[in-house]
Design a protein around this ligand. Structure first.
Ligand SMILES: CC(C)(COP(=O)(O)OP(=O)(O)OC[C@H]1O[C@@H](n2cnc3c(N)ncnc32)[C@H](O)[C@@H]1OP(=O)(O)O)[C@@H](O)C(=O)NCCC(=O)NCCS
Length: 209
């Protein structure tokens, strides 16, 4: 996608480290002191569930300013079926350009590409204030439950969008997060040493210690 303002295209192999640094900048101190997402994307690219056709970066004036990626996963349906779906992320926009519409632009573009590839639905954990503007709703409305979450727990963080209308009409079941997203803190620490030093801060609003 080319506009006067930016280009969205596939990630190139030779810019992987630059993208990891972009993700590190985008997530640093947002959900925890420091972040793990730059290591997560490093691991996910080699995962069999990774969808390389949906690995996008956003470029402006020769500089990378955003990225998004998808993984294949499943819903274990209550009737015994296995329903293939996508999960998404990390998605990140460079800190100085947040809240200017770039995140929504790469999100909507990549969802359209996922739809063109024939995927039926996308589910993941996120903030409805952002994703709601791109057609996501809470997954409970589709009858999909988050793995390992007690029945009465708040699941409003767990979101879903059908890419094929009606794809989940006759499905209830449990969504599984791909294993690739779970990384060891010690591996993140080690990986992070290759990046420029950054201060880890405890900030209000972080979800994890
Ligand atoms: C989340 C992120 C990708 C959104 O991209 P962005 O370019 O900042 O967002 P946009 O400007 O496209 O936002 C579109 C709309 O979503 C809403 N929105 C965006 N980020 C939001 C947030 N953190 N909280 C609440 N609403 C948000 C805004 O209302 C915005 O609409 P507005 O223009 O009317 O204010 C980006 O802020 C980012 O990289 N954040 C850090 C990493 C992260 O949290 N990634 C997502 C993990 S699930």
């Amino acid at each position: 996608m080319n506009t006067k303002e930016f280009t969205i295209r596939s990630e190139k192999k030779e810019e992987q480290r630059e993208v990891e640094n972009l993700v590190r900048e985008a997530f640093w101190n947002v959900y925890r002191p420091g972040c793990s997402e730059h290591y997560v994307i490093h691991v996910l690219r080699d995962d069999p569930a990774f969808v390389k056709e949906l690995d996008f970066v956003m470029e402006q004036n020769g500089k990378l300013i955003g990225q998004n990626m998808f993984m294949k996963t499943i819903i274990e349906a209550d009737d015994g079926r296995t329903i293939p779906v996508l999960t998404m992320g990390p998605i990140g926009i460079t800190p100085e350009l947040k809240r200017k519409g770039y995140g929504k632009a790469i999100l909507d573009y990549s969802l359209e590409k996922a739809k063109e590839m024939g995927f039926g639905a996308v589910l993941f954990e996120g903030n409805i204030d952002f994703y709601g503007k791109s057609g996501f709703d809470v997954a409970s409305k589709f009858g999909i439950r988050y793995h390992d979450l007690p029945e009465d727990a708040d699941s409003s963080f767990f979101l879903c969008k059908e890419l094929i209308p009606g794809y989940l009409d006759d499905v209830t079941g449990v969504y599984q997060t791909p294993q690739g997203y779970y990384v060891e803190d010690s591996d993140v620490e080690e990986f992070d040493k290759a990046f420029p030093p950054k201060e880890k801060l405890k900030l209000p609003g972080q979800l994890f210690e």
